[in-house]
Ligand binder design. Sequence first.
Ligand code: DON
Length: 574
Amino acid sequence: MGYIYNFLLCFAMLLPVTVIAAAQPGIIRYDTLHHPVIARQGMVVSQRMIASQVGADILAAGGNAVDAAVATGFALAVTLPRAGNLGGGGFMLVYLAATGETLALDYREMAPALASRDMFLDEAGNVDQKKARYSALSSGVPGTVAGFAYALKTYGTMTLKEVLKPAIRLADKGFVVTWDLAEILKARQDSLTRHPATAAAFYKANGDTYEPGEILIQKDLAKTLKAIAKGGSEAFYSGPIGKLIIAEIQRQGGVMTLEDLKNYSVQNRTPIKGTYRGFEIVSMPPSSSGGVHIIQMLNILEQYPIAEYGANSAKTIHLMTEAMKLAYADRSEYLGDQDFYDVPTKGLTSKAYGKQLASTIQLDKARPSSEIKAGNPLPFESPDTTHYSVADQFGNVVSNTYTLNFSFGSGIMVTGAGFLMNNEMDDFSAKPSVANGFGLIGKEANAIEPGKRPLSSMTPTLIFKDGAPYVVTGSPGGSRIITTVLQLLVNVMDHNMNIAEASVQPRFHHQWLPDRLQMEPGHSSDTEARLKSMGHNITSSSSQGSLQSIMLQKGLFFGASDTRRPGAGAVGVN
Ligand code: DON
């Protein structure tokens, strides 16, 4: 890697400045604001450097992208307990070079059979947020272990035992606590120590927190991982681990049963596809809303010369914001688990609908959200999650986003099994038009039903150029995931940025309701002033998302970890 990097730098010094400055599509730029990690044989980019290394080692040992993705996912379950998980769920896109197809694996959590529409309403008919977010009822039936086992068996080349080995070692022998892990465990000490098993896993016996540099050992989790290595996902869904899950949930007043665990299934879905200025975009279908709205917003933006307007100019931000409002208004009306609700995916992602929506946007004036309602696509047709990206030497790529929902999910750890349960039931619409934990509202399409998957915003996404994978990306961020991924795509496809530059640009977010344009620090005050004069209600926001991306260009792998959240890293294979 060092060799290639030095070569590019030396080469840069010999070139006339004018050539360096003129970025052409397809030309690898080295005079950049931010540099990706460069490698020749493969790349893994995740929120934990140590987990990226686990994946890269699997690639170096001859494994394919799916082997590495599953190994990385299990390693994150040990080293990033706020989001990496066994008790949650997610989405994985797998591109197979041999067939040229992309699979969309939906291993999202499912509502238990005894879940019901009004289960989170109190006697007065109001949403009981504590119940929806921090109780045993807040957990959906977990999908991660089934998802990983399915991906590995169907598309991988290694055994569960092989890919679990590094995670087992990290849990059994421990890993070095990073600064951010130490900080978040300190910050969450009150809530996490309410549950004895959670307290025992993440805090010392005398109640002290771990300091950066100390070793965190998770023996119960190691035992669980060993049981999965030996007994496969059955050990989790119908064996000893399943029994521990149900014992914990029922002890705490939940309704999940062993039957629910046994009935869990991974859905291998058809991905959402669209095009944008000659690129092909492939993303996640419902039960995630991510793919639908990425394509919908790109279809709107394609109507404008965004490159000419410039990255993060007031005009570009205005147009993207108006597109976001329209998409999130439709999300609240039409999006839910497609196995339970007839989502008008084709209509929402059609070019004609994008054009029609664009025609409602004024070029220099923000439309108040109160004037925007969900559109009518039907006539055209009938603080935590984590993302990682993997690319191998054989041309395969994997884009995976998974979560417990909030940081540490429900906070409830399965006693004896060493992992946390999700609080994903809060992603349902507990009551029509009442906001969930991310301020998102929904209606019938996302109402609670037994066996249904709560609507997600997770957006693992691929860009293809000339038929080959070009960018692998995705992000955490709750409702802001979709707009974070959108900005990465636009930065690459319109503004021709390299993958590190595209990741580091200041971001913004609008989700229709509440009617406010959240802007990260780093935008200029002139830009904000122009946006205000157009009628945008600007609020400053905390950092938005954490993209973990790879760009494939000229036979090389360019990895970029977002600099917003500490501890992340890209590890290349040479
Ligand atoms: O599926 C979803 O959309 C949410 N459960 C994601 C939560 C999330 O991204 C939290 N973190 N940053």
